[in-house]
Design a protein around this ligand. Sequence first.
Ligand code: ATP
Length: 424
Amino acid sequence: MTVIGLDDTDSRERGMCTTYLAARLAEAIERAGATVHRRLLVRLNPAVEHKTRGNAALALHTDLDADRALDLAATELEPLAETDDPRTSPGVVVADVDPDGVPAPVAAFATRAVRELLELDEARSLIETHGYAHRGWAGGRGRIGALAAVGAWAGLDEWTYEHVAYRAFERCGTPRDVDEASVFEAAADHYPTAWDTVDRAEGEAVCVPNAPGPILYGIRGDDPETVRAVADRIESEPIERAATFLTNQGTDGHLREGTVGDLRDGRAYRVDGVVADAPETRRGGHVFFGLRGLDTDATVDCVAFEPTKRFRDRVRALRAGDELTVCGEVSEGTLKVEKFAVRSLDRTAETTPTCGECGRSMESAGRGQGYRCRDCGTSAPGPETVEIDRDLEVGWYEVPPCARRHIAKPLVRGGFDAPVHPER
Ligand code: ATP
């Protein structure tokens, strides 16, 4: 078997998309008389600075001869890759290997590429150690992602599907013509096997991208028939080609267990802690709160950014003392919250005591001197503890589909360790 890994052919301004190259290359392989067994769309560490958008790398599993595969990949890549963009640095890696049986260090490279920041030198030396064919253009940094895509089938353990429909290439850059009503209807009929197709509260068809590039829409879900069935129901401008990818989208594959006080930039974590101070909405509508670790005084700033929309109301509903598990990427020391679980809610508050004799509200008797009733002189040693209503429940809360990172797992997919409050 031959595994072809591809990455970094696209440009933020000029469009293109490595998935499109993979779809075209798969067709070229089939025209050459070979079979393409799988198309993988692998989302790597979303914290990577060089990424164009979603840090995607692609792999094709085929019975085409490995020698021919590199030439064919280069022939398809060269006219499409946006190498005039200084940020675009394409790479191709071709391995003559069974995708299930790649060597352990290559599988581990894939797992690490989802969770860490890696160097091109390490990718090159692994590629050479294992005798894989490779080519890079404009520096060829894409070989990091391409090698990760080669190792992904063995290195990653959970797979979902995305069916991508592509526009006619000459229409790229013009507004997309997709009938939103047909998208919302199909999404409702196939939820939750297909997820993140729309954001109902925002009224947004999130499966239709805004960025330039050839993707018309991408339907994500748990099985290939369903994602294709949703796509079949969507009315739109002509579709030039389509492809169904196996992906690690919607899996939370980027998250690792972490401890407050021991978090590193460029990684994404699941951390337990206690809300240290009341959430605060700052300029731009971003909501911040401090999370103190368990058994430590260390804290980490957590933020729900403005684009997370209604999720910020869930964050604003937190109070100091609530026990949480928080998930998200750490950047410049701040954890960007993707989801959190309420483990326990602080349901008490301290208020000015009421006089037991005459029922009036007491007043402070001075610093550290408790309270006194102005009318009857009765005193109380300190504030009164009262039970309060909370606008949150125990369980998991998440950002809405319009703010979901590709790799983040929607709560509706299940497998969480507490009740879930899914957004749709
Ligand atoms: P799009 O979403 O539009 O397909 P992209 O977001 O996938 O674009 P790329 O243009 O592929 O972005 O850029 C990502 C670059 O980062 C590639 O060169 C890839 O090799 C590299 N890369 C991927 N994962 C890592 C990692 N874990 N550490 C370091 N570099 C990485």
